[in-house]
Write a protein that binds this ligand. Structure first.
Ligand SMILES: [Zn+2]
Length: 446
């Protein structure tokens, strides 16, 4: 099966960061050729493809990657505004997560994945809640997004009673789900071990997670250094700085993705860079919860791996990769000057950086022959991205919006065509999401 996206401007994000005119040819889910000359070779002209989508006047970019998302929280959008992290968690998020059922987790994932795909995000690193993670995977399997997801692990004595599990029970279910879902849907779905954050987890659990993830070839997904209070708790409980403690229990290195890292000092940055641990910057979430501004330019200068993410709907409140790109650039400029974190560097975070955080840098993140076909076709003709001769990367990062997305391809399959989801009906998702959000509100009394 070949698919030809014909006649576009292609932002490849290859090693030379080439922008080329021409076609992208997809064969059996992988990119076979890019550009006018290469794609025309071999005697297979436009008519040679099984399917052609005319992309004249449109722009193709690598599918955007968000490396920190909580799909289980999408139904909580608007239910936890204007609170600092600790109250946001204890008063709203934990009770709501504890109230989840199979159905509400399923529709929360469907709602979030619909928003993500329609907005040009093709791959995510997702942290679910403690229970019903299988229902989230079922949703991800059916809607067609690429996802690495995991059940949230919470076993510390101080963890909330509605979500706390024994260390053994938490690890057993995580391993069982890993066996079932890691590599499912032809490799599109993968498992991650997702301890919530250090204050919710015991040392033995974190050490076991490090071993289990290494054995399974799975990513470790957690939060770190989000607020000064969190750092203080970790210091009191472990006697160590949080980043060094995580390193000591084996949560570091290319396999680990740490969301936030707002409060890291120079030594912590050097450690993250040395270990090649992935940092996932979530600018909207950090601003809305009042957590602070992560030292991303300093991290990049030190050689850290950095990706982007929207976090969950209740702390954002959108799951919009374009918004995160724009904000990531803007919030650094009052701190360090308008020349820091230019558009081209931000686009790298949302593509190549995300691919590294998911451990998929050889598969996704750029448009190159051999890579998996995760592609986004944009219509950049709206007044907010004109004139068209301006720098294309600047138009993408500073100007483009999720609503500029026309078609989305994941794993070589068209999952959004002309702004419409192929595998699900938005009307049904809206109806079910409203119903289950009402159910959760009633159950928790919020
Ligand atoms: Zn989070």
């Amino acid at each position: 099966m070949t698919l030809r996206l014909a006649g576009a401007q292609v932002v490849t994000m290859d090693a030379k960061r080439r922008v080329v005119e021409g076609d992208v040819v997809v064969e059996d889910g992988r990119i076979r050729a890019v550009g006018r000359a290469e794609a025309g070779r071999g005697g297979r002209g436009r008519a040679g493809a099984d399917r052609v989508i005319d992309c004249t006047g449109l722009v193709i970019i690598p599918g955007l990657i968000q490396a920190h998302i909580h799909l289980c929280q999408t139904l909580f959008r608007g239910l936890a505004d204007d609170l600092p992290l600790e109250q946001w968690l204890a008063k709203r998020i934990w009770p709501l997560e504890a109230a989840h059922t199979e159905e509400s987790v399923y529709w929360s994932a469907m709602l979030g994945a619909a928003e993500l795909l329609l907005g040009g995000t093709t791959a995510i690193l997702d942290m679910e809640t403690v229970r019903h993670t299988g229902a989230a995977f079922a949703a991800l399997e059916s809607i067609g997004i690429r996802a690495t997801a995991g059940k949230c692990l919470m076993d510390a004595p101080s963890a909330p009673s509605g979500l706390k599990e024994t260390t053994e029970a938490a690890l057993q279910e995580a391993s069982d789900l890993c066996a079932k879902w890691h590599g499912a849907a032809g490799g599109r779905l993968r498992w991650c071990y997702a301890p919530r954050f250090v204050p919710s987890c015991t040392g033995p659990l974190l050490r076991a997670v490090s071993d289990l993830a290494a054995r399974a070839g799975a990513t470790i997904h957690t939060h770190a250094a989000e607020t000064p209070l969190e750092l203080q708790i970790v210091k009191e409980e472990t006697g160590q700085d949080e980043i060094s403690y995580l390193d000591a229990v084996g949560i570091s290195g290319p396999r680990a993705a740490l969301a936030h890292c707002v409060w890291v000092d120079e030594e912590g940055i050097r450690r993250l860079a040395r270990q090649q641990t992935n940092v996932v910057h979530c600018p909207s979430s950090n601003l809305k919860l009042g957590s602070g501004i992560a030292p991303v330019p300093e991290m990049l200068a030190a050689g850290c791996r950095v990706a982007l993410g929207a976090d969950g709907a209740p702390c954002n409140n959108r799951l919009d990769a374009f918004e995160e790109m724009r904000l990531a650039a803007l919030i650094q400029k009052p701190r360090l000057g308008s020349d820091v974190l230019p558009a081209a560097q931000v686009l790298e975070l949302a593509t190549l950086g995300g691919a590294r955080a998911l451990g998929l840098e050889t598969e996704i993140g750029s448009i190159e022959p051999g890579k998996v076909a995760d592609l986004v076709v944009l219509d950049l003709t709206g007044p907010h991205v004109v004139p068209e001769d301006a720098d294309l990367v600047s138009r993408l990062v500073y100007g483009a919006r999720a609503s500029d997305v026309r078609h989305v391809i994941v794993d070589g399959r068209v999952v959004v065509r002309d702004g419409t989801l192929k595998a699900a009906k938005v009307e049904e998702i809206r109806r079910e999401a409203n119903k289950w959000a009402r159910h959760l509100k009633k159950k928790t009394g919020l």
